[in-house]
Design a binder for this molecule. Structure first.
Ligand code: ZN
Length: 266
């Protein structure tokens, strides 16, 4: 733990917690329902503030958000009326989750800046090069499994550093602030963070795994962290600064939440 991160740090989580600030008045009720012959587990979340019934599906599964006194029959009718949407969304999330739990191997395509490319491993001095629609990873000993992954990780990090530092300068200039120091991270839970030390110097940490994603998505995270240089909070002035840098940031933020689970585990 260094001084910089102890002082002031704001994180951008991989998955935004949708429940922050919710007073936990009533415990969630676990339920089961059959949708098109499939058993689906879900939870009912009751809230005094809620006036209508709603359904949410994310990495945690299906949740029904309902008023305190909503009847079970009503909740089930809502789910059945939206059965097709529920089944499709659950499948999407399960697909993303299972892709993420299976370890990536060099036989799998490697997503680089949003393009999944076949990877060929060849003997040579450590390096990663792109030829048209093919990536060639050269390593001293191509047969050594873990060593190959280690070289790949280092190569991806150096590509990430090159690309991110360029974009960091771009957004700093656009926002009229000094370019912060860049640090790469492989945090499991966040894309980026911004820290300020006692002297007022900023440092931005960026998750190098964003190198797998389309550059418009890492651009959003970089702009987000740059906006924190002036606004160390997530208030309205912060978000309007983000919107000035990246007008369609909401679309990109939603895409990142969906894609987080499907990144190769390297
Ligand atoms: Zn933030």
């Amino acid at each position: 733990m260094n001084v910089l991160s102890r002082l002031l740090q704001l994180d951008l989580p991989l998955f935004q917690a949708p429940t922050s600030g919710r007073p936990q008045a009533v415990p969630d009720e676990p339920r089961v329902i059959a949708i098109a012959g499939q058993v689906v587990h879900y939870v009912v979340r009751r809230s005094a503030r809620r006036r209508t019934l709603g359904l949410v599906i994310d990495a945690k599964g299906l949740r029904a958000l309902v008023p305190l006194r909503a009847r079970q029959a009503e909740i089930e009718r809502l789910i059945q009326n939206n059965a097709r949407w529920v089944a499709t969304k659950l499948r999407e999330w399960q697909g993303a989750a299972s892709a993420a739990t299976r370890a990536w191997t060099p036989a799998d395509p490697l997503p680089l800046f949003g393009h999944p490319l076949p990877l060929k491993v060849a003997p040579g001095r450590a390096g990663l090069a792109r030829f048209d629609d093919l990536l060639i990873l050269t390593v001293p000993r191509p047969e050594a499994g873990e060593a190959v992954i280690r070289v790949l990780r280092e190569e991806l990090k150096s590509i990430a550093r090159m690309h991110f530092s360029q974009r960091l300068s771009h957004y700093s200039a656009a926002f009229g602030v000094a370019t912060p120091d860049l640090r790469l991270s492989r945090a499991e839970t966040r894309w980026g963070s911004c820290a300020r030390d006692r002297e007022g110097n900023h440092r931005v940490s960026l998750n190098w795994r964003m190198v797998h994603l389309d550059t418009t998505l890492s651009d959003y995270v970089i702009a987000h962290e740059i906006a924190h240089v002036k606004h160390m909070h997530h208030g309205p002035r912060f978000w309007s600064a983000v919107a000035r840098l990246v007008p369609d940031y909401e679309v990109r933020r939603d895409a990142m939440r969906r894609l987080a689970a499907a990144l190769p585990q390297l």
